[in-house]
Design a protein. Structure first.
Length: 410
């Protein structure tokens, strides 16, 4: 069993700050395995799990499964006191997890008719899974699936928009819920609470412009920090008003907010009862660009050098594990070892090959390995059947990904 409870040193050694040692050890431990070889380092994962808890300051953390997609890692985090419940990303996934977990909030609305039919028919799953809604059409769909004269008995939570409507600049954040003002959310809450077949148990407001936007990326940081200050102030007032109003309509079990990048702020908002985090566990490299925290590179992968088109270019087999989101260079995997390697601007990380350039490429030969970190944290799990769990000098076991368990949800 993957155990994150083993006592971690109070001042962790943070060996990942000595890259030659860190990546050299992982190369040694995995040298006999075929590439692409994906690794989770136990100490780094434990460090990240405990650091998230410290940052949350006692507010429970709901684990975002999309940012992990490895059941054993989810379970190991959930065994740590301070972690509670899962934020799932599709209803089929939530139904699957509900076989073994009893507190699953679906983070996004669903229109999956067969999965909704299963949820409506399965009493245990209906008691364990909370649907996310922001539109009465989503409830009408459930009623249509339940059939005439039959009532679903489902738990639902309202997703309210936590973006910032900046004077003169417009919408800053992600396009999620249409419900923004307290009046809009309260009116919707009344409709939901008065509708047979549904129990309003929660509210979620995810502030992507704070949680998912680094403030120390080396590009435009001053503007981002200004935006985030203003957005934090606005949201603190609006969220507490919304929560007060909705609590007058229904006795909420939870008010969820935040993500890896905003934990301190979100946990400090007294209207919030739990924060979500996922990416901070595996430590995708997009989370390197924050002032407030520095995740350890818990997940990484290595590829083989297979050719040398020029003395200072080493070409790897594969590598185009591009992260979702705006198609910018930072969505590519980051070559981390040997140090000083870069993808070629005209080619990037490709489907079948990734040429890397830089002084270190001169020393790379066919058969050598190059280590990468994925930009995001859960998407690499869609590329491999398992991560190799490294403890100290050794691979101790394989941790199957969702894909390795034959599951592909999105
Ligand atoms: C609804 C919701 N909450 C929280 C998060 C934060 O997850 P993470 O900690 O992996 O960044 C996300 C990420 O997109 C999300 O969609």
């Amino acid at each position: 069993m993957l155990d994150l409870t083993a006592p971690a040193p109070l001042a962790p050694a943070q060996e990942w700050n000595d890259p030659a040692r860190w990546w050299g050890r992982l190369s040694e431990a995995t040298g006999e395995l075929s590439a692409p070889v994906a690794v989770i380092d136990n100490d780094a994962l434990r460090y990240n799990a405990l650091d998230l808890l410290l940052r949350a300051g006692g507010v429970p953390i709901r684990v975002a499964s999309k940012s992990i997609r490895v059941r054993e890692v989810l379970d190991a985090a959930l065994r740590l006191p301070g972690y509670r419940g899962i934020l799932a990303f599709t209803l089929p996934e939530a139904l699957w997890l509900a076989e073994t977990h009893d507190d699953i909030v679906l983070g996004y609305p669903t229109a999956d008719r067969p999965a909704l039919a299963r949820l409506v028919a399965d009493e245990q799953a209906a008691a364990r899974v909370t649907l996310m809604i922001d539109d009465i059409a989503q409830l009408e769909l459930v009623d249509a699936i339940a059939g005439p004269g039959r009532r679903a008995n489902l738990r639902v939570a309202i997703d309210a928009d936590a973006s910032w409507r900046a004077p003169g600049l417009g919408h800053i954040g992600v396009r999620r819920s249409p419900l923004f003002t307290s009046a809009e959310v309260a009116a919707f809450a009344r409709l939901v609470a008065g509708r047979p077949g549904f129990t309003l148990v929660g509210l979620m407001m995810y502030e992507a412009q704070l949680a998912g936007q680094g403030d120390d990326t080396g590009s435009g940081d001053a503007v981002v920090r200004w935006m985030q200050r203003r957005s934090r102030d606005e949201l603190l007032t609006r969220r507490s008003t919304i929560v007060d109003e909705v609590r007058r309509i229904a006795p909420l079990e939870f008010v969820n907010g935040g993500g890896t990048g905003s934990i301190e702020y979100t946990a400090g908002d007294r209207s919030v009862t739990e924060v979500t985090a996922g990416s901070g566990l595996l430590g995708g490299h997009l989370f390197d660009g924050y002032r407030g925290f520095h995740p350890a590179p818990a997940a990484s992968f290595a590829l083989d050098v297979v050719r040398k088109p020029l003395p200072d270019v080493a070409t790897l087999l594969g590598g185009g594990w591009i992260a979702s989101g705006p198609p910018v260079a930072s969505r590519q995997p980051l070559p981390v070892w040997p140090a000083g390697l870069k993808t070629l601007a005209r080619e990037g990380a490709g489907e079948v090959q990734t040429p890397l350039q830089g002084p270190a490429a001169r020393r790379l030969a066919v058969g050598d390995r190059v280590w990468f970190r994925h930009a995001k944290s859960g998407e690499a799990s869609e590329r491999v059947d398992a991560f190799h769990l490294v403890e100290g000098e050794h691979v101790v076991r394989e941790l199957p990904t969702y894909r390795g368990e034959g599951k592909a949800f999105l």
